[in-house]
Design a protein. Structure first.
Lengths: 760, 347
């Protein structure tokens, strides 16, 4: 009989009273246990994780989002949501760095924080006074603030003028504590004290727990609500400003990815979505636990995908555990233990069941919920187990080649092109203008610092080559994003590494996330590899990271995306495609096909990364020079998405009609699909289309004749070249140039056959 | 002595109420008409069949997602943030199943979405976990899973097989083509219309719709009335997952490739359209007609702003999004204000 079983199990539960108390204690301190558990497991699994440097890295990355996290928790305690914290972080950081030349560091910080508080005030007024749902309001302000930042700084990155403040903020004071960590922790402590030790703090909890009661008991709920939003904005902007000052650079989408981390940490830290419950200390500990998990996985060599899964699973497990506790609590709510114990001890009598039936059914339903919770948790644990097993099985050291001289020139890519290729033409840059930013956007010299970055540069003292060959060396590659291109890139790099017997590990900075890359640089410094290959997330944002690697005397080769001049002295060399040169070549082909006349539009890359400029202005300036009759009608970013591109191009075709003769695209896959679809739907197949290459989709279009020219950019060769250079350097060869370009080529229908099959 | 007698005040209040009621009922369609009018003023190119058709086609997939998400929002469970994950995974699974035929591919794609929806439904509906947090965790796991399973590569359908070609053509199928293709009804627009009609019928005319409304308006009351609230909520998440899976398959067909980035951004765009359409996050309020209005408003806003000529390209493109954000807050704010004034809402 189920009832009997139920009763018996309750009886057993009661008999183990001590266990119940232990479970309650464990539940109460679950986030501390989680943190300790993660750290212990990672320390046991990964030797690289057991060092003060890695502890410092974990603390630093945890405190990066901490102020914004506390703000988010505060608003959540009041029973509301603040989705705008990420955008406000960006705003605070951008203002603090960009205003520094005019008003100094303190001034910039104050203005940045004030701007954040201003956004918070607007949020607060809209939620408390206009009584609009906070989800809506902050979703709106999130979009508005992010785009205002794009407008003001044109999607660009702002570097700080000097490193004095950044160095001061990142200098270790007491083994693992740096000023920026201390400042964040002090902020957290102050907020914690405010919440726990003051009347105002209790007011927040009261209001979140039951707004009606709070109002009845004379609490000025609207003021409290506005206050929470203002504090949240203020904290987020402070966090952003501190972070940007510590890194000496502010990127225009630096806070974009923070929201997910913040929400996860705040919830894991025990703050309730229903309001009225939450803790600052819990949030801080949860941040540390999450970051320790991610850094630990990274040091084990896990990819970005494992990071994503692991942080999602931890969040899922924690909230399932919460739900399980609540189910358990409900099960015994209102029951008198001693009576139940007595009941369980007595065998059930036959006649007793009559009035018990309804209760029995209710018990059964609850029991099913319990079983369901268990099943869900078991499923999650199973997935974690599979992932752990996967992690355990990967990363076998690469097989060393069997002696003899190594010749990589015979290696071929998956597209049957030679794998290791380089453009040998000499670099002769023109004279740099006094101040390029004063020139018009259509002047080629306006973009001098981007286009000719590193062509002329004075290297600082580089670490000496070991001179003992490449075999057995350990190289870490920091990739900028997770994309099929970078997958093919790594394939090429791995091939060369295998040929030389080099051990290679790759890390990915999420989706072009500057803050993640900066954390990975810290981590790599603590691992001390023989060489680092870095694919910058952004030309300016990477400079402080290169400087840091250089200070740690780790040799660096930059790749794929060229840093600005300020960063080039710190690297052995840079290798990669000549984006500006490629697009000048493409522009000439475009002009030829357009007969040097007509209007054209440009689908741009994503703001916040360098091709946003190169793949736009190389075309604009080149066409201005060789085909002055051609006119740029409009340019716009579509985030490289097919649907948005279709929408945008359809609108262009409607708007400009026959004036629109050609379209240049920063991408030949997603964006080009949208462009082609729009042209087809509008029966405008006559529009000349060129794009950055070369994906399978793009080459299919070339063959079909719906795309006229793309650039040849071999992802595998892009990855192979820096590894070849690294191997040369290991064996003591001189690195002659500071910039090594891949050969430039344009693919059209005539020559597309030789580039098939596509690499990605 | 009061200057007005009680009936006078009543009548005035009633008139006022009626006005607000009108505003809230017309809700988003007033915005649609406003946008339509301003579109006609701004550009002569606006009122052409081609422009309007392309605007409609561009948001059809969003509309399909919204039809399912509306059930979740209606049941007062805010939003299903796992939508992008479901879209990407069901598209990828559909392509992986192509060797077994076109029908199998569609079935596998839909089944994948339904399975994820079932998990969401069980956890949120039966275990009462917070929907935002659970689906956030879910989307993170799914994003990792897709990258892991496909090794960060794009998955292409095989164009050499009939099934592959059929899959690629799915997005482009035209249901009706009149006058040399000048008037066309794409499959996706037709699909959206069918789904909208079905969703409307379910919400308005079935007992499930009534139960959903009651659950959304007052969860406890519904439970005490004998509504199986857990199942009602779980079903809403399954419906949302089903429409997301459908949209994901179609979007994959459009993109010609399955990859983890398929469906990115659909979560917030869909909830924007649903809420703009007058479906309150407080649950139990709004209608499918309103949601369609919300989708149309998003399409028109985008289209009209794209037709405006701006001298500075960079400012133009981001200013557009700033305006969209402002319109979103103002419209939803006005709507909830109107509801409060008519006494239909005390939130």
């Amino acid at each position: 009989m189920p009832e009997t079983a139920e009763r018996a199990s309750v009886g057993v539960d009661l008999a183990r009273g001590g266990d119940g108390r232990l479970a309650a204690l464990a539940y109460r301190y679950r986030v501390y246990l989680l943190c300790a558990g993660v750290v212990a497991v990672m320390c046991a699994l990964s030797p690289a994780f057991r060092s003060w440097e890695s502890a410092r890295t974990v603390l630093k990355s945890a405190t990066e989002n901490l102020p914004a996290g506390i703000g988010f928790a505060l608003v959540l305690i009041c029973g509301q949501l603040d989705l705008s914290v990420g955008s406000v972080m960006t705003l605070g950081g951008m203002i603090a760095i960009a205003l520094e030349p005019q008003v100094g560091w303190a001034g910039g910080l104050v203005v940045g924080v004030a701007a954040g508080a201003g956004v918070g005030l607007v949020n607060g007024l809209l939620v408390a006074r206009a009584r609009i749902n906070s989800f809506i309001v902050t979703l709106g302000t999130m979009i508005i603030v992010q785009n205002v930042v794009f407008i003001v700084w044109k999607g660009d990155t702002v570097p700080a003028r000097g490193y004095a403040v950044a160095d001061w903020l990142s200098r270790p004071i007491a083994i693992i504590l740096t000023p920026r960590v201390i400042i964040a922790l002090v902020l957290a402590m102050l907020c914690g004290l405010l919440l726990l030790r003051t009347t105002v703090g209790r007011g927040f909890f009261l209001m979140g727990g039951n707004p009606q009661t709070a109002w009845y008991s004379g609490l000025r709920t609207r003021r409290y609500l506005s206050g929470a939003f203002i504090l949240s904005g203020l904290l987020a902007a402070t966090g952003g400003a501190l972070y940007a000052m510590g890194e000496a650079v502010a990127n225009s989408r630096m806070g974009e990815k923070s929201l997910m981390t913040i929400v996860a940490a705040v919830i894991i830290g025990g703050t309730s979505m229903e309001g009225g419950r939450g803790s600052v200390a819990g949030t801080a500990v949860a941040m540390i636990a999450l970051m320790a998990l991610i850094r630990g996985l990274n040091s084990l060599g896990a990819g970005y995908e494992i990071e994503l899964m692991a942080s999602g699973l931890v969040l899922a497990l924690v909230i399932l555990y919460d739900a399980w506790r609540i189910v358990q609590k409900n099960r015994t709510r209102g029951q008198r233990r001693e009576l139940l114990a007595e009941l369980a001890a007595r065998p059930p009598a036959a006649g007793e069941d009559e009035d018990d039936t309804t209760e029995g059914v209710a018990m059964q339903t609850k029991d099913r919920t319990f079983a369901l919770a268990c099943a869900a948790m078991v499923a999650c644990v199973a997935i974690v187990g599979i992932v752990a097993m996967y992690l355990y099985s990967v990363r076998q050291p690469a097989p060393a080649p069997t002696g003899g001289p190594i010749d990589v020139s015979t290696l071929r890519g998956t597209d049957n092109q030679p794998l290791v290729i380089v453009d040998d033409s000499p670099l002769n840059p023109p004279q740099r203008p006094e101040d390029p930013s004063k020139l018009s956007d259509e002047d080629p010299l306006r973009w001098y610092d981007m286009e000719y970055a590193g062509w002329r540069c004075q290297k600082v003292q580089q670490p000496p080559s070991p001179g003992d060959g490449a075999r057995g060396k350990y190289v870490v590659c920091l990739r900028h994003m997770d994309h099929p291109y970078t997958t093919a890139y790594t394939r090429g790099m791995q091939k060369v590494a295998d040929a030389y017997g080099i051990r290679l590990k790759t890390l990915t900075a999420g989706n072009c996330d500057a803050s993640v890359q900066s954390q990975q640089v810290d981590q790599v410094i603590s691992e001390r590899p023989d060489l680092v290959i870095i694919l910058p997330v952004e030309a300016k944002a990477v400079v402080p990271m290169l400087r840091k690697l250089h200070q740690a005397s780790i040799p660096v080769i930059a790749s794929n995306l060229i840093p600005v001049d300020e960063g080039m002295p710190y690297v052995l060399a840079w290798t990669g495609p000549d984006d500006w040169g490629q697009f000048r070549l493409l522009a000439r082909e475009f002009a030829r096909r357009m007969n040097n006349e007509g209007g054209y539009c440009i689908v741009r890359h994503m703001p916040g990364c360098s091709p946003y400029f190169s793949r736009t202005f190389a075309v604009v300036t080149e066409l201005k020079k060789i085909a002055p009759k051609m006119k740029c009608l409009e340019m716009q970013t579509t985030d490289l998405e097919a649907e948005k591109s279709m929408q945008t191009v359809s609108a262009w075709i409607s708007k400009y009609g026959q004036d629109l003769k050609g379209i240049v695209s920063a991408d030949d896959s997603g964006a080009q699909i949208g462009i082609n679809e729009a042209c087809r739907a509008a029966k405008r197949e006559d529009i000349i289309r060129v794009a950055a290459g070369n994906s399978k989709v793009g080459m299919d279009f070339i063959q079909a004749g719906t795309l006229h020219a793309i650039t040849y950019q071999s992802a595998e060769a892009d990855g192979a070249l820096p590894m070849k250079l690294a191997a040369d350097w290991f064996s003591g060869k001189q690195i002659a140039k500071s910039v090594y370009y891949l050969p430039k080529k344009v693919i059209t229908k005539e020559n597309v056959a030789q580039f098939l099959p596509a690499q990605w | 002595m009061s200057e007005l007698s009680a009936p006078d005040i009543d009548a005035r209040a009633q008139r006022k109420n009626r006005l607000f009621e009108l505003v809230s009922v017309l809700g988003v369609w007033a915005l649609v008409m406003l946008l339509f009018a301003s579109g006609c003023v701004i550009s002569p190119k606006f009122l052409t069949a081609r422009n309007l058709m392309s605007a409609a086609q561009a948001v059809s997939l969003l509309g399909i997602v919204c039809m399912g998400l509306a059930f979740v929002t209606y049941s007062r469970h805010y939003v299903d943030l796992s939508i992008p994950g479901i879209m990407a995974l069901s598209g990828a699974m559909a392509i992986s199943a192509l060797p077994y035929g076109f029908a199998a591919s569609l079935a596998v794609g839909m089944a994948t979405g339904l399975a994820i929806g079932l998990v969401n439904g069980l956890v949120v509906g039966y275990l009462r976990l917070n929907p935002i947090i659970w689906t956030l965790a879910m989307v993170s796991v799914l994003a990792g899973l897709i990258r892991w399973a496909y090794g960060g590569l794009q998955v292409y359908p095989d164009e050499a097989t009939a099934a592959g070609r059929a899959f690629l053509n799915l997005y482009h199928v035209k249901l009706v083509s009149l006058a040399d293709g000048r008037i066309e009804l794409p499959l996706i627009v037709g699909l959206l219309a069918v789904l909208a009609a079905a969703a409307h019928v379910v919400m308005r005319w079935t007992s499930y719709g009534a139960q959903l409304k009651l659950t959304g308006s007052a969860y406890e009351v519904a439970r005490l009335t004998g509504v199986n609230v857990r199942r009602v909520v779980a079903t809403a998440f399954v419906v949302s997952a089903a429409t997301s899976a459908l949209a994901g398959i179609l979007l994959t067909s459009f993109n010609k490739v399955a990859a983890f980035y398929i469906g990115r951004g659909y979560d917030f765009e869909a909830i924007t359209a649903v809420v703009l359409g007058g479906m309150a996050l407080a649950g139990g309020r709004g209608s499918i007609a309103g949601v369609i209005g919300g989708v149309v408003a998003v399409a028109l806003l985008n289209n009209v702003l794209s037709l405006v000529k701006v001298d500075d390209f960079v400012i133009g493109e981001f200013a557009k999004r700033v305006i969209q954000g402002c319109v979103f807050i103002v419209v939803v704010g006005l709507h909830s204000w109107a509801l409060r004034r008519t006494g239909m809402d005390d939130a």
